[in-house]
Unconditional design. Structure first.
Length: 274
């Protein structure tokens, strides 16, 4: 059994946040779950893709990333735990080490500190270019763009309702279906991911509807190479993308989005039942 409830969000690092944010939120017509914000340290915004969120993040500094891993980069997988400490303890029993939890805190109007979210990196499946971490949200945070006080479960329900109203947007999106992870040591990575997820099958079931494909990579560290989304009709998605010259490749069972449309990411689409 997995020590988390869902894949809360995926972090995409980019040189600028606007192009990808506009592509998913406007061109694909998907619901925005965190409006685009600009600060001194980063520009960022979230778009909901059905079963998770894409956090598009353009940092003022990318010094934390390896110099030989270019942007854009699918850099983070955020797992939502029901109980963070219990999840960390469960993984310790499975031989998986987590970093000490770190809370992001801000000050309320009365001067007291409040936790917005608390992160803990799952060290055994992370690298400098691929951070897998628990993200535990507090409904009392001060940084959120929504007026309601929502915990992670309530926010997920709100996002699912918004996604349902848009009917998957212009592509008829169903949700994220596959993640392709390239690693230097496939057997070791599979063993660690089995311990993390509780999944004994291949590909690894990150969640019941998201498959993690682990493949041999050319780099000495783990990197996420591609994201594959499910759509209700591949023919309809093909027509939409073809009309805009946004297809880089097309096969009977898969579409590849033109890299010029998505800043160079490897994004794909397959047909799945809703």
């Amino acid at each position: 059994m997995a020590p988390y409830r869902s894949l809360d969000h995926i972090v995409i690092r980019a040189k600028a946040a606007e192009p990808l944010y506009t592509l998913f939120g406007e061109a694909f017509g998907l619901p925005v779950s965190w409006p685009l914000q600009h600060s001194g340290f980063a520009s960022f915004g979230w778009v909901n893709v059905g079963n998770t969120n894409l956090e598009i993040w353009a940092s003022a500094s990318n010094a934390d990333l390896p110099s030989d891993v270019p942007l854009p980069l699918v850099q983070g997988l955020a797992l939502n735990p029901e109980d963070l400490q219990a999840s960390i303890a469960r993984l310790a029993q499975r031989g998986i080490e987590c970093k000490a939890p770190k809370a992001f805190r801000t000050q309320k109007d009365d001067g007291t500190l409040v936790d917005n979210f608390t992160n803990s990196v799952v060290l055994d499946v992370s690298s400098d270019a691929c951070c897998v971490f628990f993200c535990a949200w507090s409904a009392e945070g001060t940084i959120y763009p929504w007026k309601e006080k929502l915990d992670a479960v309530q926010r997920k329900a709100r996002d699912e309702a918004a996604f349902g109203r848009c009917a998957g947007g212009a592509l008829g999106l169903v949700g994220l279906a596959q993640i392709r992870l390239a690693v230097p040591d496939v057997p070791a990575a599979e063993q660690a991911w089995r311990a993390l997820t509780g999944s004994q099958q291949l590909p690894i079931a990150l969640t019941p509807d998201i498959a993690l494909h682990i493949v041999a990579g050319a780099r000495g560290i783990a990197t996420i190479e591609s994201l594959t989304f499910g759509v209700r009709s591949l023919a309809e998605a093909r027509a939409f993308l073809s009309a805009r010259h946004w297809l880089e490749g097309s096969a009977p069972d898969e579409l590849v989005l033109s890299r010029s449309a998505c800043e160079g990411l490897d994004l794909r689409f397959i047909e799945v039942s809703a």
